[in-house]
Design a protein around this ligand. Sequence first.
Ligand code: CA
Length: 236
Amino acid sequence: MSKRILIVEDERDLVATLEYNLKREGFQTQAAANGAQAWAALERAPLPDLVLLDLMLPDVPGTEICRRIRGEERTRALPVIMVTAKGEEIDRVVGFELGADDYVSKPFSVRELLLRIRAVLRRAEPPGGQASAPAEVVFGVLRIDAPGHRLWVEGVPLKLTALEFRLLTTLLQRKGRAQSREVLLSDVWGIDGDVTTRTVDTHVKRLREKLGAAGDYIETLRGVGYRFRDRPEGDG
Ligand code: CA
């Protein structure tokens, strides 16, 4: 089934260009010219598969929409790619801290955007295609159902953003092995290098807080990065 992209953008020419190119690549599209329209679209079922979110909108900042998407249970795991004017580096950091899955700066090439959309959609898909990946993993007080995108700590279900979930499962898959911030940025965020590694620290910190009793499973290796424990009881 073709994936549906919600384009939140007030520049009509850009919307037309995006719709034309996305449709040509087999996507369905839907457009919202401001925050109110975007939210109205997100309140209707079914949700789009991805949101392309401009930061500069006439009514509310795109960051506010992203915050709201991440704050509500039904939209929490929805993939978001933020779009902003070139050079707004501060927004880039804020974007990731708000839980955007990726980021493009205007002017961007349609080709680059399509690559990013595909990468984000691929990462958002449950890893059902991997025959070797077991459906459910239990590690100490942590239980993860990766295909179902569900997680429990001490039997209590937890909600993570798509990005936090990916960060956790990436670390867990590589348990006992140190992961540098650069490697995590590249493998979890899907971008290379030019986003500050502080982004990783911010997300790990929040992930640990959410994990509660399982937060200690992610160890900080000073000057190196992070490592998921070998064994739940520690000193592994
Ligand atoms: Ca705009």
